[in-house]
Ligand binder design. Structure first.
Ligand code: C2E
Ligand code: MG
Ligand code: MG
Ligand code: MG
Length: 279
């Protein structure tokens, strides 16, 4: 109050603007889900031992009628907060399954499809049942699916997590831990979860060619994964020097701009070089 009336007003109106913007965004996002404004881009993941692309990660974009293509960091947090992530996540999963079926029909058979599952979605009552329903609706073979979950998803309620993961694995879905290393998963628990893959967060991979500590952490995660018999993906590989270092380890797969950024289905299908990429 002592700062004077004008300042208080300025603050209030700025706050109000942000609040109403937030509400409006939520309303628009709710509509976007049904109005065909969401789309999936795909980013390839390459297996180091063969040099083949073995997986495509589905990454959602919002094709907004006014603002153009909006990346997920700008709306996933709001979707989480508002609960919209549940219908949004269902749309993503269904769409990814349908796309995989289309590729199969077109004779493109080699790739798994990875889908990001947010903590709120994962903890939802009957999540596994919804997944099974979408699998039945779309006719996809669940062994083509991988779910990327974060450490915060699984460290919530241990018994519940194990039971959901066992259901998902039971029907053939692979599970990877995304952004591994920046959350706080307990290693002793990790050992008991039916998971298949660790994805090293790109903040570690970023400087492996220049920072000894980041290199040490990356090595440690790769060794952990190797000794637990898990696949290990290095995320965010942008430079040849990073790739060279990773080739000298037991890291199994890489993803990153060096190979390709996430691209639309059109670009994926029409840039022959991309799916035939070989190292
Ligand atoms: P993520 O799952 O860890 O996905 C990787 C993100 O890193 C993607 O950003 C990708 O474009 C970016 N990336 C990949 N390679 C490189 C690289 O070499 N350098 C750099 N600097 N970045 C790279 P994107 O597509 O903006 O997605 C951001 C995050 O949003 C994702 O992180 C994921 O957590 C979330 N997200 C995306 N789609 C979905 C979705 O359908 N559902 C949910 N729940 N979350 C999603
Ligand atoms: Mg991911
Ligand atoms: Mg990640
Ligand atoms: Mg992430």
């Amino acid at each position: 109050k002592h700062t004077g009336k004008n300042k208080t007003l300025a603050y209030d109106s700025a706050f109000e603007q942000r609040y109403s913007g937030h509400m409006q965004m939520e309303t628009e996002l709710r509509q976007a889900i049904n109005a065909d404004q969401l789309m999936l881009y795909y980013q390839p993941r390459l297996e180091l031992s063969t040099g083949n692309i073995i997986c495509l990660e589905a990454l959602v974009r919002w094709n907004h009628p006014i603002h153009g293509i909006i990346t997920p960091n700008n709306f996933i947090p709001l979707a989480e907060e508002s609960g919209l992530i549940v219908p949004l996540g269902e749309w993503v999963l269904r769409q990814a399954c349908l796309q995989k079926m289309k590729w199969l029909e077109a004779g493109i058979v080699a790739y798994q499809v990875a889908v990001n599952i947010s903590p709120r979605q994962f903890q939802e009552e009957a999540f596994a049942e919804k997944v099974i329903h979408i699998i039945e609706q779309t006719g996809i073979d669940p062994s083509f699916l991988e779910f990327e979950i974060t450490e915060s998803s699984i460290m919530h309620d241990m018994d519940k997590t194990v039971s959901i993961l066992e259901k998902l694995c039971g029907i053939g879905i692979s599970i990877s831990i995304d952004d591994f290393g920046i959350g706080y998963s307990s290693l002793s628990h990790l050992r008991h979860f039916p998971i298949h893959c660790l994805k090293i967060d790109r903040s570690f991979v970023k400087n492996i060619h220049s920072n000894q500590n980041d290199l040490a952490i990356t090595h440690a995660i790769i060794q952990l994964g190797h000794s637990l018999n898990l696949q290990v993906v290095a995320e965010g590989v942008e430079e040849m020097s990073q790739l060279e270092i990773l080739k000298g380890t037991t890291c199994t797969t890489i993803q990153g701009y060096l190979l390709s950024p996430p691209v639309s289905v059109y670009d994926l299908e029409n840039n022959g070089n991309l799916l035939n990429f070989h190292i």
